[in-house]
Design a protein around this ligand. Sequence first.
Ligand SMILES: [Zn+2]
Length: 111
Amino acid sequence: MSVLPVYRWRLAPDGYATRRQLRAAGLRPGGQDVAAELQRPRRRRGPLVAYLYRIDHAKPVRPMTPGRWQALAKANVARRTCPECGCDVGYVIPTSLGMCVPCADAAQSAA
Ligand SMILES: [Zn+2]
């Protein structure tokens, strides 16, 4: 198994949710593997760990209707489309970057 990305508590990237958060949104992990870990450091003990799942791989708890699938697909395409280069980059654009990773890299090296 590959090494999971680890994020600090409250600094989880967009597009990830814990099982409990998925459940609150009417979703379930849907057979996907854990995509990342959240760690909250604790004094004199090991960190508190939560497992994150990818929201775009999650499955609804209730069966989807064609209309709901369509709305979800539309929303996903919008969230994967980089406003800078206009490409569907295949992952949700991180709001912290506001653009896809290559665009953010280019913007950073240009600065
Ligand atoms: Zn881009």
